[in-house]
Design a protein around this ligand. Structure first.
Ligand code: SAH
Length: 351
């Protein structure tokens, strides 16, 4: 029998599994606590008998994330990790200090299928989904390395969370469990490129998390050029789903808008965006696009950003310009893994 991924199981599932296989079910809670405090092996569970620990390690494994590479920004202390998973796959996480606490940006997939034109992750293709345990492991490994508690989670790293929906839902349940890491939903954001059917589904769950939509364009003509997902669900359909989400959950949606010079940053774009968001409980977050090698996009000028943001404000749309953190360490999505793989490739090709 293949060992099971025990950290992806809920407490009730572990209890049921223990009962089924003749293990003491009352131990499940203790094991669950160890797992969610970040135990890397069953041997660390020193209040459990040796025989029990040995049976556990035959039936289950504990998913971890090993620090393969770490970079710290000299500008603002942002830390970027490249983690190695049990099968050798690499994912990135970034830890940032905000006034409201330490925030980790985690990956939900190894690579991504969405292939947005400006994004580094898509350029490396898609390998596989992350298990819930591997999303937890990123937080635990960063906490262990930094020696501090992380209080906020954003799912804005590599991958499309709603393309790994079941695992993401399970991760949310586990990470927010009061018996586990106890990070409340109000401290969690989920960012999506706009998988509309899953937005409707998520609305019904009525979670208190913040939903971020990577909008990046006010109309189908521009959005379909930069984000292939838009050819499946256009801006109209996406915004309709967002309005539904807002009505059902009462939660304000955050719209991410990466400002790309000459592509989506004109006054006309700002006016069109404001018009389309009118009546939607929203907040727009403007981000100067990060330059990704090979993508050929340039960030908008500071003046353009100011003007764009002023138009939105004038039209009553709440807007902020996102602070750029970790710009000296390639801290945006997919860039470190991409560079690292290239370095490894070039070293290997020399040998
Ligand atoms: N797949 C999810 C989450 C991962 S991407 C999503 O699309 O939302 C995290 C955020 O970074 C998204 O808003 C994405 O559009 C944005 N992003 C990707 N590449 C970028 C770049 N070069 N510059 C600025 N933002 C970028």
């Amino acid at each position: 029998m293949n060992p099971q991924d025990i950290k992806s199981m809920t407490l009730a599932e572990i209890q049921a599994d223990f009962s089924k296989t003749g293990l003491p079910a009352f131990r499940a809670r203790q094991v669950f606590h160890w797992l969610h405090r970040g135990a890397a092996s069953f041997d660390e569970m020193t209040d459990q008998s040796l025989a029990f620990r040995s049976t556990l390690s035959e039936q289950y494994y504990i998913a971890g994330a090993a620090v393969e590479k770490k970079q710290k920004s000299k500008l603002d202390g942002t830390v970027k990790y490249l983690f190695r998973l049990h099968d050798g796959e690499l994912v990135e996480s970034v830890v940032m200090d905000y006034h409201h606490g330490r925030t980790i940006c985690i990956s939900t997939q190894v690579g991504c299928k969405m292939n947005c034109a400006f994004c580094a992750t898509g350029k490396s293709g898609f390998s596989r989904n992350l298990a819930p345990s591997e999303m937890l492991a990123q937080i635990q490994a960063a906490q262990a390395d930094l020696g501090t508690r992380i209080s906020n989670v954003v799912m804005m790293g590599m991958g499309e969370p709603l393309d790994n929906y079941e695992n993401v839902l399970r991760f949310l349940e586990l990470v927010s469990s009061s018996e586990g890491m106890n990070i409340g939903m109000r401290h969690i954001s989920l960012s999506t490129c706009g998988i509309v059917d899953k937005i409707y589904d998520l609305a019904e769950k009525k979670l208190q998390l913040t939903l971020s939509i990577s909008l990046h364009a006010p109309n189908d003509e521009i959005r379909s050029r930069t984000m292939p997902v838009n050819r499946r669900w256009g801006v109209g359909e996406l915004l309709k789903a967002c309005r539904y989400y807002g009505e059902i959950t009462g939660r304000r949606i955050s719209f991410e808008y990466a400002m790309i010079s000459g592509v989506n940053d004109s006054d006309a774009c700002a006016k069109e965006l404001a018009g389309r968001l009118k009546g939607t409980l929203s907040h727009v977050n403007l981000i100067p696009v990060n330059n990704v090698t090979g993508a050929g996009f340039q960030k908008s000028s500071a003046d353009r950003l100011k003007r764009f943001s002023a138009i939105l404000s004038e039209k009553g749309i709440p807007v902020t310009v996102r602070r750029t953190l970790g710009s000296d360490i390639d801290a945006s999505c997919g860039q470190l893994r991409r560079r690292y793989n290239k370095e490894v490739d070039s070293v290997e090709s020399l040998q």
